[in-house]
Design a protein around this ligand. Structure first.
Ligand code: 8X3
Length: 256
């Protein structure tokens, strides 16, 4: 295939969907992963028609290591030389205190944000090393820079994404491969609804009076890193709404 290939996890909504649209608009072929196949199929039809690129739908839960291995092995040879991996799949459930939360929910968060990211990296990067080219872009978070109230476990997982990104960059320093950690602040996606356990109103209230980033805003930064000249490695980007200053400080306009 003459076009470059990007593999995006969690591509059915939010930042992942934004990345799918952005890379497609720039002529890349896409391998799209998420749990639900229907949204990926819709995206495939839409983006192939709009941009004349090709899309391969690869549905699986990134936490299922056996299935991840099977699905990646099943990729046709022409889809195997992945140029860019966007490790985007991630979530948070609840805003509980560290001594009160649900251990099973935290397992889901830790397994997705850390162990699954590591598994997909472990499966895809050896091929990149062999081919002597590739770029791993991890979606970290401002939450990885410092813990905030009710964010203990989520913040820990995003601190882990930073460590895994830095460690991988060290391990690949003698190769042409690049590693980027993108750290968004407030982004309005379905992510927030899951954080409030499905309470859309509570999620909306969180953004009242402030204009958050969109998944597309973050995708622009992801693409900026991916399209930098080969000798330029964007190691980290912290991006947030103009009225956010840190993980805990933001300004909200009050209703008159
Ligand atoms: C999500 C951003 O600010 O909600 O990673 O922690 S924040």
């Amino acid at each position: 295939m003459k076009n470059k290939i990007v593999f995006i996890t969690g591509a059915s909504s939010g930042i992942g969907e934004g990345c799918a649209r952005k890379f497609a608009s720039q002529g890349w072929n896409l391998i799209l992963n998420a749990r639900t196949v229907s949204k990926l199929e819709d995206l495939k039809v839409e983006l192939e028609q709009a941009y004349g690129i090709r899309v391969f739908v690869l549905p699986f839960d990134v936490r299922d290591r056996t299935l991840a291995v099977k699905q990646l092995e099943s990729l046709p040879d022409e889809w195997k030389p992945i140029d860019v991996l966007v490790n985007n799949a991630g979530l948070v459930i609840g805003l509980d205190k560290e001594f009160e939360g649900d251990l099973d929910e935290w397992d889901v968060v830790i397994d997705t944000n850390i162990k699954a990211l590591l598994c997909i990296t472990r499966l895809i990067v050896p091929g990149m090393v062999k081919r002597g080219k590739g770029h791993i872009i991890n979606i970290g978070s401002i939450a990885g820079d410092a813990a905030y109230p009710g964010g203990s476990v989520y913040c820990a997982t995003k601190a882990a994404v930073k460590a895994l990104s830095d460690g991988l960059r060290i391990d690949l320093v003698d190769t042409p491969l690049r590693v980027t950690n993108i750290k968004p602040g407030m982004v309005e996606t379905n992510f927030s609804v899951v954080r409030y356990r499905g309470d859309k109103r509570a999620a909306d209230d969180f953004y009242a009076g402030i204009r958050p980033l969109s998944g597309d805003d973050v995708a622009e930064t992801v693409y900026f890193a991916a399209s930098a000249p080969a000798h330029v490695q964007i190691a980290e980007v912290l991006l947030m709404p103009t009225n956010q200053a840190t993980g805990t400080i933001s300004y909200r306009k009050r209703k008159e």
